[in-house]
Design a protein around this ligand. Structure first.
Ligand SMILES: *Cc1c(COP(=O)(O)O)cnc(C)c1O
Length: 467
């Protein structure tokens, strides 16, 4: 008797990927293909499709993590199937989320005599929605008791005009008037001389920002707390502070413990942060905490079943993978306080090096030279005898793989055009030296290029980068 291979499919598995018949076809793009393809071929085709996307680590526009350790990605890959909302099915995962909330509450000085509440979210945007909703509902309860005509005016939220877009979404989705305190050249963060002028009986809260997206600067939360304390002495319509610490929440406690910005301040009632920014986890994970349960109205809390009982949850989403929560806990365990401090310190040193080099170039005015967060922001000096703009520099850096955004500042400051570099943990000193070399080379090219200035007579609005 003679035997031969009878499994056609198996032989196909042994075909070289690039000799495979499926490889000779284009990818199905906008309709399902009639037939399936082998997994390894599908993998290669999809991977190839992503090839020219740009290198995430050279993307200096994003605050979001672009590197995690192999052990972190391993445990995250191994836990992708866990659904964060299934508290009963995954009680250990639930406990891990609980531990993270407790660790963060401790980091943010939640007072011992109050009962903090907190949850993970998809990111700061969801966290801000929840923080904002809690402010709206608590304001309504307070105002109703005081007999305010709730329908006479829309409730409002007070924030500086350099807010992140999620606050605009919050106000639009939940029908709230956004009261923007404008920036000016002397006030590149929330203007403390003006902010209280925007507050009235219909104010659901004031948002302070620890790490303004445009520049990386901090609002002065301590001063804001004093102003609110004084204001509240003279009115029954109390107002409180939510701190949007998307960036600062996992930076300031490790690096600038002397700055008072968190629950140490009496009128700060809730705080959000992005685990995927300086919390060093891949997107998307965020956190929101309230200093005491009285600031989180019961109407917003929904119970899910948990080990035969019930567990309170607050979220806009229902199902999502718990792997990001597990990645966050991995980082907390792995780095500890000292690890976060050392990583951020090294990142800050890289930022200091870059800003010194940029100063030496003589072309730029520094708007923020990593004063707090390792974020650099600069504009072009006036009256330079050169024929190119920051937008051109952005394009030339892009040719060398770097993504460095240029954009106008908000509202009445939008004649100020800035360029921003966000230094993250995975931007090593060797990368930074390379960046500076590439910047110098780009400037030289631009100086020698003959450019057609299509924006000469008009302001380049809507050009560039918008978050
Ligand atoms: C990034 C950021 C957000 C939004 O955070 P996501 O985690 O991306 O949803 C909100 N506020 C500020 C100040 C930010 O920097």
């Amino acid at each position: 008797m003679l035997f031969s291979r009878n499994d056609q499919e198996e032989s196909k598995y042994l075909d070289p990927i690039f000799g495979n018949e499926h490889e000779s076809r284009d990818l199905p793009k906008y309709k399902f293909a009639d037939k399936s393809v082998q997994p390894r071929v599908a993998y290669q085709m999809v991977k190839d499709e992503l090839e020219d996307e740009g290198n995430a680590r050279q993307n200096l526009a994003t605050f979001c993590q672009t590197y995690m350790e192999p052990e972190a990605t391993k445990i995250m890959a191994e836990t992708l199937e866990k659904n964060a909302i299934d508290k009963s099915e995954y009680p250990r995962t639930t406990e891990i989320e609980n531990r993270c909330v407790n660790m963060i509450a401790d980091l943010w000085h939640a007072p011992k005599d109050e009962q903090f509440m907190g949850t993970s979210t998809v990111g700061s945007s969801e966290a801000c929605m929840l923080g904002g909703l809690a402010m709206k509902f608590s304001w309504r309860e307070r105002a109703k008791k005081l007999g305010l005509d709730l329908n006479a005016h829309k409730p409002n939220l007070v924030i500086s005009s350099s807010y992140q877009i999620c606050w605009k979404k919050f106000c639009t989705y939940w029908d709230i008037e956004m009261r923007e305190v404008p920036l000016d050249r002397e006030h590149l963060s929330l203007n403390m001389d003006k902010v209280m002028d925007y507050v009235d009986e219909y104010t659901i809260g004031i948002v302070g920002i620890m790490g303004i997206t445009y520049t990386g600067q901090y609002d002065n939360i301590k001063k804001l707390d004093e102003l609110v304390e004084e204001y509240n002495k003279h009115t029954d319509y109390k107002v409180y502070i939510h701190v949007d610490a998307a960036s600062g929440g996992f930076y300031t406690p490790f690096m600038e413990p002397k700055i008072d910005w968190d629950f140490k301040l009496k009128n700060v009632v809730s705080i959000n942060a992005s685990g995927h920014k300086f919390g060093l986890v891949y997107p998307g994970i965020g956190w929101v905490l309230w200093r005491d349960k009285r600031f989180l109205p019961k109407d917003l809390v929904f119970n899910v079943s948990y080990l035969g009982g019930e567990m309170p949850t607050m979220a806009i989403n229902f199902s999502r993978s718990a792997s990001q929560i597990i990645g966050q806990y991995y980082n907390f365990v792995r780095y500890g306080f000292a690890g976060y401090h050392d990583i951020h310190l090294r990142t800050h040193k890289v930022a200091e090096y870059i800003i010194e080099e940029i100063k030496k170039m003589g072309r730029f005015d520094i708007v923020n030279g990593a004063d707090h967060l390792p974020i650099l922001c600069y504009s072009l000096k006036k009256n330079l005898n050169q024929n190119w703009t920051l937008y051109d520099l952005t394009d030339h850096l892009r040719m060398r793989g770097w993504q460095v955004p240029t954009y106008p500042m908000p509202d009445n400051l939008n004649d100020l055009i800035v360029q921003r570099i966000v230094c993250r943990a995975d931007l090593g000193m060797n990368n930074a030296v390379e960046l500076i070399e590439d910047m110098k080379a780009s400037i030289k090219e631009l100086d020698n290029a003959r450019l057609v200035d299509k924006f000469k007579d008009s302001h380049p609005k809507n050009y560039g980068f918008t978050h």
